[in-house]
Design a protein around this ligand. Structure first.
Ligand code: EPU
Length: 339
């Protein structure tokens, strides 16, 4: 394992804000995880970091940051209809999606273009265009930090929900994920429930193939989301709020074209982007930070921002939406450090 003392994390987070940590430990093989735990290295404050694409450092982090950088995509079982892949935590998400597209393994093509590493994908149950990663995960493996014991959780045990899982709730701060297992279909199979995707495919005139679906997803994404290699951001900063139907109906009187989706018994999911947009904040810039002009869910660092500046702006957006519509938005992005 590599241990870097007093490490600058600016190039380790896609918001590209500066933050120091006392120590960065980069795990290069799975056996190093129990070794690290045995050294009591994570007794104090610690943080698990993947590709840093869902993280806002509000200040320096006084503790140990661990990155599981292990590589490898293994076929563990395969028949004519499906394949199971066991993928190491440090594999970039985009490498896994490309691998599946090349091999015509169906299931991840709608999730093309999402940043981050495989080890983080179950934590917030990443999703886009009608697909969530929980639809294809069979198993998540790793270690509990406090007990130092290995764990292996089947899909149902991960308690996946919209942008959440056991790793973000009950087990938060107490796991190191080492690998994720996926079951993908070898038979042609697409999810075209997202209207915008269907429209785009129709307009392209292309036959529906794994390559064309992925290409169309990329087109739709590029239109609305910033290129994180060029502009500091962490995708959607906010979750779409899930509220009781009665409250949704109250809001419908205020916003007749309110976007809302069914979200289980008596609940409705709203589009946070629409609320921020209607609150007049889309494209608004304050200092080095702003609301992305093409998608109001995304906060951006136009260059030179400190994490605290992004954080203050997030509070401003949240407060404005609350005053205007009575809805308290919840951040999707993890926040680290103190204001
Ligand atoms: N909308 C606006 N103004 C905006 C943005 C959105 O009015 O500035 C409206 C749209 O017109 C649409 C609705 O809100 O009617 C929903 O918009 P969209 O389909 O673009 O999706 P989203 O709810 O804004 C979610 C995910 C994205 C994911 C897209 C596509 C969350 C927090 N975000 O965004 O995920 O790519 O759906 O499936 O659930 C991410 O998590 O980082 C992310 C980018």
């Amino acid at each position: 394992m590599k241990i870097l003392e007093n490490q600058q994390l600016q190039s380790y987070n896609t918001f590209m804000v500066p933050a120091l940590c006392d120590r960065l430990v980069q795990i290069e093989s799975e056996e190093e995880i129990p070794q690290l735990l045995a050294q009591d290295a994570l007794e104090g404050p610690h943080l698990l970091l993947g590709g840093g694409s869902n993280m806002l450092f509000i200040s320096d982090f006084h503790g140990t940051v661990v990155q599981v950088c292990t590589q490898g995509i293994r076929r563990v079982e395969e028949d004519a209809r499906q394949v199971r892949l066991s993928v190491a935590a440090g594999v970039p998400w985009s490498d896994l999606v490309d691998f599946c597209i090349q091999n015509h393994y169906y299931g991840l093509e709608n999730l093309v273009g999402i940043p981050g590493w495989v080890g983080s994908c179950p934590v917030q149950n990443i999703g886009a265009y009608g697909v969530e990663v929980k639809d294809v995960i069979t198993k998540v493996e790793g270690y509990r930090i406090r007990s130092r014991m290995p764990f292996s959780l089947a899909n149902a045990e991960c308690r996946f929900g919209y942008r959440t899982s056991i790793f973000k709730t009950d087990w938060k701060g107490d796991v190191i994920i080492s690998r994720v297992e996926f079951r993908l279909s070898k038979e042609e199979h697409f999810n075209l429930t997202y209207q915008g995707l269907r429209n785009e495919l129709e307009q392209s005139g292309l036959p529906v193939t794994i390559e064309s679906v992925a290409a169309v997803v990329k087109t739709v994404r590029d239109r609305k989301l910033p290129d994180i290699t060029k502009i500091g951001c962490a995708g959607s900063f906010f979750k779409n709020p899930v509220i009781p139907v009665a409250e949704r109906d109250r809001l419908l009187r205020q916003i007749p074209n309110l976007v809302s989706y069914p979200a289980g018994e008596g609940m409705a999911k709203l589009a946070a982007g629409q609320l921020i947009d209607l609150a007049g904040l889309k494209g608004v810039r304050r200092g080095n930070v702003g609301v992305y002009p093409q998608q109001a869910l995304v906060l951006v660092n136009y260059g030179g921002a400190m994490g605290a500046e992004v954080y203050d702006f997030y509070l401003h957006v949240r407060q404005t939406v609350r005053e205007r519509f009575g809805i308290l938005l919840e951040a999707e992005v993890n926040q680290v450090g103190m204001r």
